[in-house]
Design a protein around this ligand. Structure first.
Ligand code: UDP
Length: 260
């Protein structure tokens, strides 16, 4: 985390950083980074799954610690914060965040690049975002893959596109590791891993109905629709157990400069 972006308070949940942000403060932070335009900032959407993967994957853990912003993607993080005696104001998910980013982008003229997901899905998601936000500038879309053989080509495409914000949908931890590996060379202001968000926006995978999301049952909906996820979802109870047994004091983030 850089000093200039250290305004947000930061918790540590089972060793993983989670910043105390809302959608509003996320959008304000993105605007500030784009205005600076000095280097690529990395945003990670931390879910309980991220936390558990990071326990066994030191590279991923390092990437999360090196990210400029780690938002709480999932009700499990809010619960974990409460267990630690802290409070996270709201879930800041990629799937809710990307449409909000697109709306703000259309207003401000920020250019988006949608990277990842199955062939055609990023294009469909982009078309949907443009339909919902007339005037939105899509700098590019590309399915590609996180395979090393494609890296040079993808970085060149993104850089040639003139994008301000790069959204990467390769699933965790690959998308986040990919961004961290290339961020020094990426000529964007913000790079964010967004998981299955393009699938939701394109309508390839239906999102849980609003009432289920409100009752924090999105995980159940995903399990019923995509039962092969059951193994991945075993990480959820393991996460709760880890939070209960992990002895750590939540860290307070250093306050940033007074003008920030
Ligand atoms: N994906 C991809 N290339 C890969 C692996 C995954 O484009 O090599 C895409 C996949 O099509 C999906 C997204 O990455 O759009 C990850 O989806 P998933 O539902 O696993 O992510 P989650 O939201 O659970 O993090």
């Amino acid at each position: 985390m850089t000093t200039e972006s250290s305004r947000a308070e930061r918790l540590t949940i089972v060793g993983v950083p989670v910043d105390v942000v809302t959608f509003d403060s996320l959008l304000a932070q993105i605007a500030e980074w784009i205005a600076r335009g000095d280097r690529a900032r990395q945003i990670c959407t931390v879910s309980p799954e991220f936390v558990m993967i990071a326990q066994d994957d030191p590279t991923f853990m390092r990437v999360l610690h090196g990210a400029d912003l780690c938002v709480a993607d999932g009700v499990g993080l809010l619960l974990a914060a409460r267990i630690l005696g802290r409070r996270l104001p709201e879930r800041v998910t990629g799937s809710d965040g990307v449409p909000l980013i697109a709306r703000r982008a259309a207003e401000r003229g920020w250019r988006l690049f949608l990277l990842g997901a199955a062939p055609g899905v990023a294009e469909q998601a982009a078309a949907r975002l443009v339909a919902e936000n007339p005037g939105l500038l899509i700098a590019g879309t590309y399915a590609g893959s996180p395979a090393p053989a494609e890296e040079e080509d993808i970085v060149a495409r993104v850089n040639a596109s003139g994008a301000d914000i790069l959204l990467v949908a390769y699933g965790a931890p690959r998308q986040d590791v990919w961004i961290a590996r290339h961020r020094e060379r990426l000529a964007v202001s913000v790079a964010m891993g967004v998981g299955g968000t393009f699938d939701f926006i394109a309508g390839v995978v239906p999102r849980a109905p609003r009432w289920m999301r409100r009752l924090a049952l999105e995980w159940l909906y995903r399990l019923v629709r995509q039962p092969w996820r059951w193994r991945r979802m075993l990480r959820l109870p393991r996460f709760v157990w880890a939070v209960l047994t992990h002895r750590e004091r939540p860290l307070r983030r250093a306050q940033g400069d007074a003008d920030r």
